[in-house]
Design a protein around this ligand. Structure first.
Ligand code: HEC
Ligand code: HEC
Ligand code: HEC
Ligand code: HEC
Ligand code: HEC
Ligand code: HEC
Length: 496
């Protein structure tokens, strides 16, 4: 019988290598078919298909070559293989029995490995897998996601979106991520912006269609000051979200301006897109206006043209699902709904201070919060510590809860690491461009008017009457900082 391959291939090691190769390859095909048929896709499903099995395939190839090399050496030494493969004689009952055992063993092995790899494959899709392998890394994002308006939207809907091309891309980056996690090569915190995040048109806009944006959104806020009575004040803002469909009516507001008709491009001089010295706006008639920062020392001729970015949803909504909150804003909310008792003296400043101390571990943070709050009242207000024991206990419990959701020392994540671009109080946000210091050649300043993006409908301070106007009241800053709030970015005092 003529052999398919040169005789040198017919040695046990090479043949084993070929078998390993074929089985792994078959399993990859098998899992790929299953994956194509599956209705739901999750980013880490491909780990088995794209990392584990190819690894075995590689072992198979190495075995093949090793076998051949060894055989060559043996031949050189004068060794001659008489019969490369055993002869099976089906008339021999011993041979028959062996063949039966061998083939049922082989069948069992193949079925078992198909089943095993399918199970492993299912496992990569489970929460448990994320819990054991990626949990530490993704914990901040996963936790914040669970408390976000998108808690029912699968990660892949934003991070991958529909279509095959991005699916394959995510498989490849998923493979790299697994490597990074296993070998502890990932940066802490995970750097932003995600450089290869899919354009928002293909993800967000699958659900939020810009033409259906409309109207306003009411934002009611209550703030507590860092004095011993926690004196409070409130503001009502009507956010001019706007948008709309030009074919069915007039368009206006924040969304219309940014996305439907106008094209805004910008250049950021830092990695995190927080410092923006150059902005180009092209309106619906194709008229171009360039705004330059009068503050930044920026050499336009050295600007990397490829780094110019077209503004989309993510430039404002960069934290739609993973928001790490500012402690002052958090405590204000807990106090305004009564979950932290506002009659506890100094609770605002003590609570903010306790949350934001930068603990080295979560457990340490949780213990310290309890100790700080408790001992504050025991040493400064011993009578209140006894009379309001329950209130203090509740406050501690609520603070621990929000600490757990917003601070992740093991990944070095908190509000200072991931700025939220939607407002302008605790991070620069809109004021990266609308700081009143971005000017066009003909002298047009990007607006910083307090009633341009929202109307300040009302403002009320404790012990004074409410000021209301549908056209917008003049803003009054809660503490006297003279005119500083008019030209200094709010985040310079309120941010990190
Ligand atoms: C509503 C859309 C959306 C959903 C759902 C979503 N993400 Fe994100 N994710 C984003 C955006 C937007 C960013 C920030 C991109 C940037 O700043 O460049 C981000 C960033 C991240 C980052 C980078 C670190 C960080 O905090 O910025 C990780 C890790 C991440 N997401 C994991 C997940 C996981 C895991 C899930 C599911 C449990 C998930 N995401 C669900 C939109 C989403
Ligand atoms: C699979 C559909 C889906 C995708 C994709 C999606 N969202 Fe959403 N989004 C929702 C749902 C559902 C809600 C909750 C609606 C509600 O509460 O009325 C929501 C709510 C929101 C809100 C309002 C949040 C609030 O505080 O009420 C914003 C802003 C938002 N999404 C932005 C985004 C951005 C930005 C992206 C892309 C990164 C995105 N969404 C991707 C479905 C989606
Ligand atoms: C110029 C910044 C900016 C851009 C760009 C932007 N948005 Fe918004 N969007 C806002 C602001 C500000 C609000 C109101 C504040 C809030 O909801 O916290 C808002 C509100 C929303 C809401 C909630 C509306 C509601 O009634 O609660 C959704 C949904 C939304 N945006 C989706 C998107 C999507 C999708 C895109 C991309 C096509 C986008 N936005 C682009 C600034 C922006
Ligand atoms: C990358 C820079 C940039 C950022 C960030 C930015 N904007 Fe703008 N915005 C512009 C430019 C440029 C214009 C003016 C376009 C024109 O008229 O040429 C504009 C115009 C506007 C207008 C219309 C103002 C008017 O004169 O009527 C509103 C409202 C607005 N932006 C709201 C926001 C809000 C809210 C945010 C934050 C969530 C924000 N913008 C963030 C660049 C930016
Ligand atoms: C470029 C648009 C823009 C301009 C100009 C602007 N704001 Fe805002 N402001 C916003 C947006 C958007 C939010 C809502 C953030 C959110 O949804 O949490 C906001 C929120 C606020 C809040 C509530 C902040 C919080 O998170 O508790 C205050 C207070 C405020 N603005 C005051 C002002 C004052 C005072 C001025 C004038 C100096 C001003 N704003 C100018 C866009 C703007
Ligand atoms: C020069 C520094 C400075 C600037 C600039 C500044 N603030 Fe303040 N702001 C303060 C101080 C100090 C307090 C009092 C904090 C306290 O008592 O806890 C305060 C308190 C506040 C509070 C209550 C804060 C909270 O978390 O409870 C709000 C809201 C506020 N300022 C809004 C603004 C806005 C909006 C701007 C920008 C238009 C701004 N501030 C600019 C110094 C500043």
């Amino acid at each position: 019988m003529k052999k398919l391959f040169p005789p040198i291939v017919y040695n046990t090691i090479t043949l084993t290598g070929i078998a390993v190769f074929i089985i792994s390859f078959g399993l990859i095909l098998f899992l790929t078919v299953i994956e194509l048929l599956a209705t739901e896709t999750k980013p880490y499903m491909g780990i088995i298909t794209f990392i584990v099995l190819p690894f075995f395939m590689l072992i198979g190839v190495l075995l093949m070559f090793y076998g051949i090399k060894r055989e060559r050496k043996l031949i050189k030494k004068g060794y001659k293989r008489e019969r490369t493969l055993p002869v099976i004689d089906l008339n021999n009952p011993v041979h028959r029995k062996l063949l039966l055992y061998f083939s049922s063993g082989l069948l069992f092995l193949i079925l078992f490995s198909a089943f095993g790899s399918f199970k492993a494959y299912e496992y990569t899709d489970s929460n448990e897998f994320c819990g054991t392998i990626c949990h530490k890394v993704m914990n901040p994002e996963y936790t914040s996601y669970e408390y976000s308006p998108h808690a029912r939207v699968d990660c892949v809907k934003c991070h991958i979106g529909p279509g095959a091309q991005w699916y394959v891309r995510s498989k490849l980056s998923g493979a790299y991520q697994l490597y990074a996690v296993l070998f502890n090569k990932y940066p802490k915190p995970i750097p932003i912006p995600i450089s290869n995040l899919r354009p928002a048109q293909e993800t967000c806009e699958q659900c939020h269609w810009p033409k259906v944006f409309f109207s306003e959104k009411m934002l009611k806020k209550t703030y507590y000051m860092s004095d011993d009575e926690n004196s409070h004040w409130s503001i009502d803002l009507l956010l001019k979200i706007g948008g709309g469909n030009i074919e069915s009516g007039p368009t206006s507001g924040i969304h219309w301006h940014m996305n439907i008709d106008n094209k805004i491009e910008y250049y950021a001089s830092d990695e995190r897109r927080q410092v923006i010295p150059w902005i180009k706006s092209t309106n619906e008639d194709g008229i171009i206006t360039i705004y330059r920062s009068t503050e930044d020392d920026f050499d336009e001729s050295k600007m990397d043209k490829d780094a110019i970015r077209r503004m989309d949803c993510i430039d404002c909504h960069n934290r739609p699902s993973h928001l790490f909150r500012n402690p002052s804003g958090l405590v204000n909310e807990l106090m305004s709904i009564g979950w932290i008792d506002a009659s506890l003296p100094d609770i605002k400043s003590t609570a903010v201070d306790a949350l934001d101390k930068g603990y080295s571990t979560k457990a340490n943070g949780l213990d310290s919060i309890e100790i700080i709050i408790r001992s504050y009242y025991e040493s400064n207000y011993p009578r209140i510590a006894i009379a309001k024991k329950e209130e203090i206990k509740n406050a501690i419990a609520e603070l621990k809860k929000v600490y757990k959701r917003n601070y992740f020392p093991s990944m070095d994540v908190d509000w200072t690491k991931y700025p939220d671009n939607i407002g302008h109080l605790y991070s620069k946000g809109c004021f990266r461009c609308h700081d009143g210091k971005h000017v066009s050649e003909d002298g047009k300043v990007l607006t910083r008017d307090c009633n341009a993006c929202h109307i300040i409908l009302a403002q009320k301070f404790e012990n004074s009457s409410i000021r209301i106007s549908l056209g917008g009241v003049n803003y009054k800053h809660p503490v006297d900082i003279s005119e500083a709030w008019k030209d200094t970015n709010c985040s310079e005092c309120h941010g990190d």
